[in-house]
Design a protein around this ligand. Sequence first.
Ligand code: 5GP
Ligand code: ZN
Length: 114
Amino acid sequence: MDACLFCQIANRERPVKMVYEDEQSVAFEDINPKAPVHILIVPRQHLATILDATQADDRLLGHLLLVANLIAKQIGIAERGFRLVINCNSEGGQAVFHLHLHLLGGRPLSWHPA
Ligand code: 5GP
Ligand code: ZN
């Protein structure tokens, strides 16, 4: 998936403000933040959408959630609260077809998912 934007970012072929890296995932600041904290948590493995995950990916999916926990604690928004979002396909608002979690926070978040 050489042409995939988030594969390129995970491979350090495109500059981003990286906030976390490990063997399975990377996390970086969203280029168009919707909140004071808007970080994308991305598996190194290319999965186009959450629908492409299978039982074989269950540990990876759990890992991504734990990375979100870790980052939220590290940047000091864990107690105040935050939101994790996965958009899927067109009606879910997915624009980049490499699985990612949005970690949003830093201000009170309203709930207007539509
Ligand atoms: P989606 O709508 O697919 O759930 O979210 C894609 C996100 O990726 C958007 O919030 C968008 O701002 C972000 N994004 C798109 N291109 C880039 C980029 O080149 N760099 C960074 N850091 N974020 C990007
Ligand atoms: Zn990819």
